[in-house]
Design a binder for this molecule. Structure first.
Ligand code: ADP
Length: 531
């Protein structure tokens, strides 16, 4: 049994029922004797209960605990000895101290009395001082006995609590003494290690670990100073010899029998497995990420190559095609000027078609060239661009269009960001000119705005024009993608150029629009471009 150290009541501080008055049972068939006994004991301050017969005394003893019984030997019907016999026969009163009151001093009487468990004899006539001092001793004795009983009860309860806590613990727990011997184990130990509880008690704790660990008392592990809440990871060994990973933490336990140690043993097989799985998963994830990165790098390179090829092609085509195109335009102009009078009106019309086609092709080639040059190496490093200046230049370039359409262009405060001014002007010009070109019946109103949000600048160009159906909102940024055909002049490259410029600075561009109500083009530019 483990004696757990718990605070217990001591004689110096008698609380609760120990502080109560003790009960003393006085038994005598002569009322006069009872009165004199009462008178002699009154000064003690205890409770005196009086009975005039053995039967009455037994009744009281059934109901109450008494510190002492003063029992007259000579009584009719049931004498003191018979009464004492019955008192001893009952469990509740088996240990109550009995003081016989007798007038005889014969040995036979004394032997019988002691046989019946008498604690003492008092001979009549009773001397009050002697009676008092004897009774006092018994009262003291009974108080001490009650105190001890209470201490035992408290200890018993504490131990019970400790055992049930130990039993309820989710981990295997073993209590070990200073010699490294197992004093107590819970059901989890049986389950985890496969031993019956009884087979472990008194055995060295080393029985639960493989020899190479020897973490028991020999290794000094169970020394009080070395206990710790932090688990030590070692191996456990089951009864069948199989090993498994465990985490052991040791904590000291002060008991009446000395310092013990509670070893908490957790089976970490599942945790280890999970750790390993996570490590494997991480490794495979890392592998996949690096494979994917390599793939992406490859495809990026391929994309860059094909982009470069495309740019080169677009550049070469737009550049080289311009010369023959100019020839077509020039010679058709010459044809019209020199031979115009000799040809009929239909021929004139054909010639003008050729010339228009040549002009249109010229602007297409120019735009294509502009498109292919965005983001090319020839642009040089970025520098601070004041967007208000860039807008002023844009509006100057668009002056004729603005006047012609009586357009009103307004703007709020615009930031200075790093970029290439020529590109920013190109971007704003395409967007503002579209906002005017795709006007409705009303006078065109265009408004530019810029706000800083979520770490980037958000620009908007709002118009009150014809708008765009939502299903075309993405298409229009593609090369040669046009929605409004011949009614409005254009090559369908403007927005593709805008997207290329914005993307070259790491931004995004999109449109939100309601047909007949107007459109708002948005684009973002990174804050790091800010000057
Ligand atoms: P372009 O203007 O030369 O046709 P863009 O690439 O600039 O080429 O524009 C593509 C198409 O997007 C235009 O043909 C037009 O149909 C539509 N679009 C562009 N801007 C607007 C606008 N502000 N309002 C309505 N439609 C527009």
């Amino acid at each position: 049994m483990i004696g757990i150290s718990v605070p217990i009541e001591t004689a110096a501080t008698p609380p609760g029922r120990l502080a109560d008055r003790a009960k003393i049972l006085l038994v005598d068939d002569t009322p006069g004797n009872l009165v004199s006994l009462e008178a002699a004991l009154e000064g003690l301050g205890e409770d005196l209960v009086m009975a005039q017969s053995g039967m009455e005394a037994l009744r009281y003893l059934l109901e109450d605990d008494f510190a002492a019984v003063l029992l007259d030997v000579k009584m009719p019907e049931m004498d003191g000895f018979q009464t004492a016999e019955l008192i001893r026969a009952r469990k509740r009163s088996r240990h109550v101290p009995i003081l016989f009151l007798t007038g005889y001093k014969g040995d036979e009487q004394l032997f019988r009395g002691y046989d019946l468990g008498a604690v003492d004899f008092l001979f009549k006539p009773i001397v009050p001082e002697i009676l008092r001092s004897k009774v006092k001793v018994f009262v003291e004795l009974s108080r001490n006995t009650a105190l001890l009983q209470r201490q035992a009860e408290v200890l018993g309860k504490a131990e019970q609590k400790f055992r049930s806590l130990l039993e309820a613990a989710p981990d295997a727990m073993a209590v070990v003494n200073g010699e490294g011997e197992i004093v107590l184990v819970n059901a989890q130990v049986e389950k985890v290690f496969g031993y019956r509880r009884q087979a472990l008690l008194g055995k060295a704790i080393d029985i639960l670990v493989p020899d190479r660990f020897q973490w028991g008392h020999q290794a000094g592990f169970l020394h009080k100073d070395q206990t710790s809440d932090k688990g030590v990871e070692i191996c456990g060994v089951r009864k069948d010899g199989s090993e498994f990973p465990v985490e052991i933490s040791l904590s000291p336990l002060d008991t009446q029998e000395g310092a013990l140690v509670i070893a908490t043993i957790r089976d970490v097989t599942e945790r280890k497995k999970a750790d390993q799985e996570i490590r494997d998963l991480n490794a495979s994830l890392e592998r996949r990420v690096s494979e994917r990165t390599a793939e992406l790098q490859e495809s990026n390179q391929a994309l860059r190559r094909s982009n470069d090829d495309l740019n080169q092609f677009a550049y070469a085509a737009s550049h080289d095609l311009q010369e023959p195109l100019r020839m077509v335009a020039l010679y058709s102009q010459l044809l019209q000027r020199r031979y115009g009078e000799r040809l009929d009106t239909q021929a004139d019309q054909y010639i003008s078609y050729v010339m228009n086609g040549a002009h249109r092709m010229e602007s297409l080639l120019q735009d294509l060239l502009a498109y292919s040059q965005v983001g090319s190496l020839g642009e040089g490093p970025v520098g601070p661009v004041d967007f208000s200046d860039a807008l002023a230049k844009t509006l100057l370039n668009l002056k004729a269009t603005i006047d012609e359409n009586q357009a009103v262009v307004t703007w709020s405060e615009l930031p200075t960001l790093h970029g290439h001014e020529i590109r920013i002007v190109q971007l704003l010009q395409n967007l503002v000119s579209n906002a005017i070109k795709y006007r409705g019946a009303e006078r065109p109103k265009v408004h530019l705005d810029a706000t800083f949000q979520d770490g980037e600048w958000l620009f908007s160009i709002r118009d009150n024009g014809i708008g765009i159906k939502p299903e075309y909102a993405e298409q229009i940024f593609g090369i040669f993608k046009r929605l409004h055909g011949k009614r409005y002049p254009g090559t369908g490259i403007g927005l593709a150029i805008c997207e290329r410029i914005v993307k070259s600075y790491g931004g995004r561009i999109w449109v939100e629009s309601t047909p007949d109500m107007g459109s708002t083009f948005y684009f973002t530019l990174q804050n790091r471009l800010q000057g």
